[in-house]
Design a protein around this ligand. Structure first.
Ligand SMILES: [Zn+2]
Length: 474
């Protein structure tokens, strides 16, 4: 296991703290909110920020104009700001065009959005693909204003939509081989915590963890706006795509729901099997969903011309929790222990990918005499030792260079780490070819070519400090 309980608790609090720092920023698919977000991440991981100019062709799309908002409000006849962007950036329809006008309630309400079924929540709405504007508010506030009659209101949206660029962040941690694992998170939502800050926070800490470990694969972290951001990244990196052997979208990782995994387009890729193998050996319930061309950026990575094995790792799926795309997707919905649990499972998946080698039995002519090699003594024992002994026999039997450790774990229904430990013991005894499974990720190492802050896994942090971090982030 990569983390003990205390390390996980520390990591959870730190991820929560990062989400809290990012929460107030008004992100959109372009603009300064995305830049501010990525700059904040640069304090934790040395990611590179890319700017792709407006109008750049990206497959069937073009990089859009850049939207930035400075202020927005609705004022009543007495000059009171009854709806105020500065109180919640969800109050403005994201992508609204600039407007300064006076209008009566009957006209204004055509541009207001509420959730009658959830009258205390503000909806999250966007209008990027048409010239439009609007405000979002709670339905209770809407009813209050409506009760005042056809009053006059001053409407102001101080926003710009003009040529600029689309911004994305990328952080690559090289491995010993050219093969890569892609981890992608969207960064375009304003103050919504689970969708998308939880994904950003977990991805950032996962990068910190991986960066301090010896690794077979290179790890490419992409932080981009949803849809147009991933389309742009793919378009600009076409000559690199063949290196990507496994991929995950990281999103919705901080709510109380169980883990959900949405399979890749192929449905039986190694990453699909790795995630299922890890989840099947955890205590918690989980859900595996088949691929469908809806949801997050797995649609782009899994489009027919790209066809990368990219699944989506989440907890409660998008649109399947009531707070989704509302002001209730906030820092109460997301909690440190769920972020930590997501990180823990993801690290187990990465450990599996790193350790999934094809061992070769060096004494394949009948079973070797295990006692002679110091591997017989635990037979007849119970519990973990008994499982370990079964794993020894499974590995010896299937180690023919054609079965991977994941194949053996699946067939034996024994957890991958036990299979891996058994393989290592067999290797130490000279019964299995040198497969190097222990060399990767399980063992800490120092050859990282980048400077990485590894506070997330520092077990020495004082718990009294954690309570401070926690209280400032709520
Ligand atoms: Zn969303």
């Amino acid at each position: 296991m990569a983390f003990n309980e205390q390390q996980l608790r520390v990591a959870g609090v730190q991820m929560y703290s990062l989400a809290s720092q990012l929460f107030p920023i008004c992100r959109s698919i372009t603009g300064n909110g995305v830049r501010d977000t990525l700059k904040l991440l640069q304090d934790l991981i040395p990611l590179k920020i890319h700017e792709v100019p407006t109008g750049t062709p990206v497959f069937d799309w073009k990089v859009p104009q850049e939207w930035n908002i400075h202020d927005a409000y609705i004022k009543d006849a007495d000059g009171n700001r009854v709806v105020e962007f500065r109180q919640s950036n969800l109050h403005i329809v994201n992508g609204s065009q600039d407007i300064q006008a006076t209008m009566c309630w009957d006209e204004l309400k055509e541009n207001l959005h509420t959730l009658p079924d959830q009258p205390d929540w503000i909806p999250y709405r966007t209008c990027f693909h048409q010239e439009d504007w609007g405000f979002c508010l709670t339905h209770n506030q809407y009813l209050e204003l409506e009760s005042l009659g056809n009053e006059q209101y001053e409407v102001c949206i101080d926003a710009t939509m003009k040529d600029g660029s689309l911004t994305y962040g990328e952080f690559f941690i090289p491995g010993e081989t050219d093969e890569e694992v892609l981890l992608s998170s969207h960064i375009c939502h304003p103050s919504l915590a689970n969708d998308n800050l939880s994904g950003i926070a977990v991805a950032t800490h996962l990068a910190q963890f991986i960066g301090t470990r010896k690794r077979r694969y290179g790890y490419r972290f992409v932080f981009a706006p949803a849809t147009i951001g991933s389309i742009t990244w793919i378009s600009q990196n076409q000559d690199q795509l063949s290196k990507i052997k496994h991929g995950l979208i990281l999103s919705l990782l901080g709510d109380a729901g169980n883990t959900t995994y949405k399979k890749t387009r192929m449905g039986n890729a190694e990453i699909d099997r790795a995630v299922q193998c890890v989840l099947s050996h955890t205590d918690a319930d989980y859900t595996i969903n088949e691929y469908e061309p809806f949801g997050y950026d797995e649609r782009q990575y899994g489009s027919p011309g790209i066809n990368l094995p990219v699944g989506c790792f989440m907890r409660t799926p998008n649109a399947q929790y009531p707070e989704y795309h509302t002001s209730a997707d906030n820092l109460d919905l997301v909690q440190p222990q769920y972020l930590a649990d997501s990180l823990d499972k993801l690290v187990q998946v990465i450990e599996l990918l790193e350790g999934n080698v094809y061992p070769q039995n060096l004494k394949p002519m009948c079973e070797p005499q295990l006692g002679k090699h110091g591997l017989y003594k635990a037979f007849g024992t119970e519990g973990n030792d008994a499982e370990f002994q079964k794993a020894i026999l499974w590995v010896l039997n299937l180690a023919d260079s054609k079965h991977s450790l994941l194949d053996i774990a699946e067939r034996s229904k024994i957890a991958f780490p036990v299979i891996r430990n058994a393989t290592d013991a067999l290797q130490d005894a000279g019964l299995i070819s040198n497969h190097n499974s222990t060399n990767y990720l399980c063992a800490a190492e120092t050859s990282s070519p980048v400077s990485i802050c590894c506070d997330a896994i520092d077990p020495c942090i004082d718990h009294n400090d954690l309570s401070t971090t926690n209280s400032t982030s709520g």
